[in-house]
Design a protein around this ligand. Structure first.
Ligand code: DLL
Length: 430
């Protein structure tokens, strides 16, 4: 189950040595860029002054805002050596742009191939990539990785649900890459076409790019009759293939030969111990064109450094609990959208979609949770629906510690997206 066994099974000691060597190379390379050249000089850091991996803490963090405004100044090579760019749309402000050399693209493809191989994909598989091909890294990132592995790769792109089902049938697809919220929405198309996804030869799904609960994974696995593996990444660190679940489905292995991970308390900026949720900070260890040093991702998760039965020693990340910038603050209570997901998706009556609205009503703020109910339950009597509404409200209340207003809506009635789901709309005046 190893694509690059030697690297994937390095002992903690050997990994540490490799990381130090690569960190020094990366710092030397980053110093060639105007942005990091200045920054490293000011911090008084050069490759020789890094005696241990922990010395990285002498380098200041790089923030999303700095990346937004300085990405061209972070290049270490002339533009003629750059062959591609990707950009993260982001929900806030200007897009962040990442530039790749040919080597960067190759190394990235290798990491994705390594991830897919780890979960059992083989050249015999037929892989349908249902992700947006474009500036988003989910499309081309997986495409190159699956080709590198040698699987027959169908560049289906996002959306066009009927066509997706036809392609699945026609080419006897065995593996898919799909946004988890879209995987649930696509079930409506299967139902309309009277096709049971369990009758197809599908056996693997890769799901990621947005936060989702374990209950959503179970729903996808059951409805499609396959194994679904979590895939984590961010454009700033190439895209998908930064951390990936193995067959144990027990946290996502960070590819630590390529990314140096720090988990920090976002307030004190001190390192967080294993098992404690903190902000993920990444440093590229192999990127050529635009290495980032100590990039604050804003993603919140914890790590586990115990050995994994799969034989890999790299640290495993928990699910992303949320982002420091998508936390809802309502009536003084802090809420992460994935908490709402967790509660709703555990309830069998709840369908595939929901929407959280935040509104100012009079002097107070209100959370309205619109929940699609599966068709068979929507036809039930009013007393049943009232009871269900109360059960959902109570379940949310005990998780969130405030009482939202729950509205039950018919299935397929809320806005749907082919890309990352928009689950929260804030109408409050800022
Ligand atoms: O979403 C890269 C990707 C593509 C990952 C396909 C997985 C599959 P961005 O558009 O830059 O890149 O968005 C990155 O999405 O910082 C997280 O907040 C979130 N995210 C990505 N993967 C996961 C995941 C791609 N498995 C941002 N679970 C990240 C939770 C995720 N959140």
């Amino acid at each position: 189950m190893f694509w690059q066994k030697e690297i994937e099974t390095l002992t903690a000691d050997d990994l540490n040595k490799l990381q130090l060597e690569r960190l020094r190379q990366t710092v030397a390379r980053a110093a060639l860029s105007p942005f990091y050249g200045d920054r490293l000089r000011q911090a008084g850091v050069n490759p020789d002054s890094l005696q241990t991996v922990a010395d990285i803490r002498r380098i200041p963090f790089t923030t999303k805002d700095e990346l937004r405004t300085n990405s061209r100044q972070m290049l270490t090579v002339p533009l003629s050596d750059i062959i591609r760019l990707h950009a993260s749309s982001g929900t806030t402000g200007q897009a962040t742009v990442i530039y790749y050399t040919r080597t960067d693209i190759e190394l990235w493809a290798d990491l994705v191939a390594r991830s897919l191989y780890m979960t059992g994909m083989r050249p015999e598989d037929v892989f349908q990539n249902m992700m947006g091909y474009g500036l988003f890294t989910g499309g081309l990132g997986f495409h190159y990785g699956a080709e590198r592995l040698g699987a027959l790769t169908i560049p289906a792109g996002a959306g066009n649900s009927k066509r997706q089902v036809q392609l699945l049938q026609q080419f006897e697809t065995t593996a898919i890459h799909i946004i988890p919220s879209y995987a649930l929405v696509l079930l409506n198309t299967f139902a309309a076409l009277n096709v049971d996804p369990r009758d197809l030869p599908l056996r693997l799904a890769y799901i990621g790019a947005e936060p989702y609960s374990e209950a959503i994974r179970r729903r996808i696995e059951e409805a499609y009759g396959l194994k679904a593996y979590n895939c984590y990444g961010l454009s700033e660190m190439n895209g998908p293939g930064v951390a990936f679940e193995c067959l144990e489905q027990n946290g996502s292995h960070v590819w630590e030969d390529s990314f140096l991970l720090e988990v920090i308390d976002p307030e004190t900026l001190e390192p967080a111990p294993p098992g404690v949720v903190g902000e993920l900070v990444f440093t590229n260890l192999t990127r050529q064109g635009m290495p980032l040093l100590r990039y604050r991702s804003r993603d919140l998760a914890s790590y586990d450094d115990r050995p994994c039965p799969c034989g890999r020693n790299s640290r495993r990340l928990s699910r992303i609990q949320g982002r420091t910038d998508d936390m809802i603050i309502l009536k003084g209570v802090n809420i992460f959208p994935v908490q709402i997901d967790r509660v709703l998706m555990e309830l069998p009556e709840v369908g595939s979609n929901y929407l959280v609205e935040l509104r100012q009503e009079g002097a107070t703020d209100q959370m309205i949770v619109k929940v699609e109910i599966k068709q068979e339950y929507f036809q039930e009597e009013l007393t049943f629906l009232k009871g269900l509404q109360k059960r959902i409200t109570d379940a949310l209340k005990s998780e969130l510690l405030l009482t939202p207003r729950v509205e039950l809506v018919e299935h397929n009635s809320l806005p749907q997206t082919e890309g990352k789901a928009v689950r929260v709309v804030d109408y409050r005046q800022k």
